[in-house]
Design a protein around this ligand. Sequence first.
Ligand SMILES: [Zn+2]
Length: 107
Amino acid sequence: MLRFLLHYGIHILVPIAVGLLFYKDKKIWIILILLSGILIDIDHLIANPIFDPGRCSINFHPLHSSWAIVIYILLFLYKYTRIIGLALLIHIFADSIDCYFLLSEAN
Ligand SMILES: [Zn+2]
């Protein structure tokens, strides 16, 4: 339950917090863009099964692989795509926390 709350908490609360704290003038747009980072979970649709609570997304799904993460970091470093990169990195961060919980449960 803690794992579930933490995962969706990061997916939803971190984008809102970042928007409110760092982007005073256009925060609504920033928050919406950051929240849309959750969309990369569409790659779960090509996985079998689509949803498996015991599976770690990182390095399993194509949009959660190491090379995808490198691209997200590059997007973040480049000024004009920074917010998109940030949205994707927050997503990866949320999923990593989830994987961490999976690992600690397994041991
Ligand atoms: Zn994900």
